[in-house]
Design a protein around this ligand. Structure first.
Ligand code: ZN
Length: 178
């Protein structure tokens, strides 16, 4: 088990389109260890999700978990889930605004329009297919994490840049207000 180093905005690794994971690669010991490390890294930094490129690995893998998260205290729990080669389908064109942050963009929040309802089809860490519908904040978190696999950061999707806010100011002026 290891805590991996998180790439920060400006690092080119965050701007590359990640490669699919082959079934053979997924099941080998080094990749399984990598997934354990990715989960530990997310937990260490109180992330609600993390994607492989954020730890300098250009593979289509991401993990998500919410359990009494101190960075997002309002979020309900979401069980630990591993997404390999995920595909997102929008189930509605309706959008809502989500205040987002990112371990690769430290101490910044901004309001991002996200689709309200999505489906994610992926493999789990054993290569079994999973299909999950998500709504609201979970749909937004998933869209955020899966964007990383295509080299996109939430700041690219902030429509109103006047919402870009340091975490301290976010907590002072905006947290829990909408
Ligand atoms: Zn992120």
């Amino acid at each position: 088990m290891a805590i991996l180093k998180v790439a920060a905005m400006g690092n080119p690794v965050l701007r590359k389109v990640s490669e699919p994971v082959t079934a053979e690669e997924l099941l080998c010991r080094p990749f399984q260890t990598f997934l354990d490390d990715l989960i530990d890294t997310m937990r260490e930094y109180d992330g609600v999700g993390i994607a492989a490129p954020q730890v300098h690995v250009g593979k289509r893998a991401a993990v998500m978990e919410v359990h009494q998260n101190p960075r997002y205290p309002q979020l309900p729990d979401f069980p630990l889930t591993v997404f390999i080669n995920p595909l997102v389908t929008f189930l509605t064109d309706e959008e809502f605004d989500m205040w987002e942050g990112c371990l690769s963009v430290p101490d910044i929040r901004g309001k991002v329009p996200r689709k309200k309802k999505i489906r994610v089809d992926a493999w789990d860490r054993q290569g079994q297919t999973i299909s999950m519908d998500a709504e609201g904040v979970f749909a937004a978190v998933l869209q955020h994490e899966l964007d990383h696999l295509d080299g996109k950061l939430f700041v690219d999707r902030v429509r109103d840049t006047s919402t870009l806010t340091f975490l301290k100011e976010y907590q002072r002026y905006f947290a829990g207000k909408d």
